[in-house]
Write a protein that binds this ligand. Structure first.
Ligand SMILES: [Zn+2]
Length: 467
């Protein structure tokens, strides 16, 4: 039984999907006019883990996340780079996937682009106009906010408060300050499409209503995004969709908290980077992922040199424990029977993992449970005699954490070559010692130490780790 904090009710609710063992999920994606920054990485990683957990417990997940490729920022950036908006978006979508894959996220079931849904958007708006929920003024189309009586229900604001706070820009031709644009008349030099209201392009909010409906149907299980999208974006999505579809738009609304960037301190060690691609030149993607998951997704997180250092230490702890497990597994196993005490501890540990994930995806507590498993594992792998099945059971538990959190502990492809080289040097040193050539043996050891590789002679053979 999963409980999810629903922004709509502001309570943790027991999750029930529309269809048994199926989950439809829509996450607002980036505007593709630049490389993604650390703020984009938080929803990407958070909702990747949510999806992974649903898959782990047996759900078939239809995970949709859009690319906004029609937008003021895109038009401006395309003009600056002197290329078409299509070329600009293609470029940054390719860059998005590079960062996304590097962060260990599973590709979405689909990533619809606004420019591929212009006709569906026009049809959607036409229906809203015909039912009086929207109106056209000089080529612009606006949504009549007052027609949606519960407008403000997601962001918990009353329509009257919102109206008193809203202003009409001189250029806008709205009936009411809170009305928002569904379609914008084309300006000179802008990308545009022909519509019943003349040349123009869609406003921002309409795209998610249309693409969610086209990809997932009129009602979806979970709609998610950053907390900053609650108002006006998600509020407007609800208004358009519920007036158009006459059905609930999304049953659960999930929002991740902000990310604070500790600028001053960052500049010293991490170069004050905020783009994911730049951060990844300094930080292992798995460390960045662990950092993001070290705080509950609704809590603000502080991106600082210290927090990254801590994530690095914790990641190293996981990797070393995992390597020790593999090392002991590669040796002969003298004890034939399973250590029942350890087995019981591992099973209890995995129950804690599920309990914490079921409680609104508390990855901070899940990580603590994983560190507990590391302790169980370390105590066992340090024993003189170990049993194969017990080691395999612990290793499988590590695998469960890895799978759900998307944190891989395996040796990365790009350093596999390096591992082979190090193992080779260790074998040479063993030969040298057998031949009593201690000068050579010590030299190999010292050379490796200079590279930050520490050798440890154990009863089971030589173990090594990176400093
Ligand atoms: Zn959206």
């Amino acid at each position: 039984m999963i409980k999810i904090y629903n922004t709509l009710s502001q309570e943790k609710e027991v999750f029930k999907s529309l269809e048994k063992n199926k989950l439809s999920m829509y996450v607002c994606g980036p505007t593709v006019y630049n490389y993604i920054h650390i703020g984009n990485a938080r929803p990407i990683i958070t909702f990747d883990v949510v999806r992974r957990y649903f898959e782990y417990i047996g759900y078939e997940v239809n995970f949709v996340s859009n690319f906004t490729d029609v937008d003021d920022k895109i038009i401006k950036a395309a003009n600056e780079e002197a290329i078409s908006t299509k070329e600009l978006s293609d470029k940054y979508i390719a860059e998005f996937y590079k960062d996304y894959d590097a962060l260990g996220c599973q590709r979405a079931s689909s990533n619809p682009r606004v420019s591929d849904y212009i006709q569906e958007i026009i049809d959607f708006i036409s229906k809203l106009i015909s039912e009086d929920y929207a109106y056209e003024v000089k080529g612009d189309v606006y949504f009549r906010t007052r027609k949606k009586e519960d407008y403000g229900k997601l962001s918990k604001q009353s329509i009257d408060d919102l109206i008193s706070g809203a202003r009409i820009e001189a250029s806008e031709l709205k009936e009411d300050p809170l009305d928002f644009a569904l379609w914008k008349a084309a300006k000179d030099g802008e990308v545009s499409w022909l519509s019943p209201w003349g040349q123009g392009r869609p406003g921002w909010h309409i795209e998610c209503s249309v693409m969610a409906k086209e990809s997932l149907g009129v009602t979806i299980d979970i709609h998610a995004g950053g907390q900053d999208l609650t108002f006006p974006h998600h509020e407007n999505e609800i208004a358009q969709s519920e007036c158009h579809n006459q059905a609930t738009f999304a049953n659960y609304w999930m929002h991740n908290g902000f990310i604070n960037i500790d600028g001053t301190k960052m500049s010293k060690s991490l170069g004050n980077f905020t783009l994911v691609k730049d951060i990844l030149t300094q930080v292992d993607p798995m460390v960045l992922r662990l950092f993001m998951l070290s705080v509950h997704y609704r809590t603000p997180i502080n991106f600082s040199a210290e927090s990254i250092e801590l994530a690095k230490t914790n990641y190293a702890k996981l990797v070393i424990a995992y390597q020790n497990l593999n090392f002991r597994l590669s040796n002969e196993m003298p004890i034939p029977s399973m250590d029942n005490e350890v087995a019981e501890k591992v099973n209890t540990n995995l129950e804690t993992l599920e309990k914490e994930m079921n409680d609104d995806f508390n990855t901070a507590n899940v990580l603590s449970a994983w560190y507990e498993l590391v302790k169980i594992s370390n105590i066992y792998t340090e024993k003189d005699e170990v049993n194969k099945e017990t080691l395999e059971l612990i290793k499988a538990a590590f695998g469960v954490y890895s799978k759900i959190l998307g944190i891989s502990l395996e040796v990365k492809e790009e350093i596999k070559g390096d591992y082979a080289r190090i193992e080779g040097l260790i074998a040479q040193r063993e030969d040298a010692r057998k031949n009593r050539d201690f000068t050579l043996a010590d030299k190999i050891r010292d050379d490796l130490k200079a590279e930050g590789i520490i050798l440890e002679d154990t009863k089971q053979g030589v173990r090594w780790k990176k400093e």
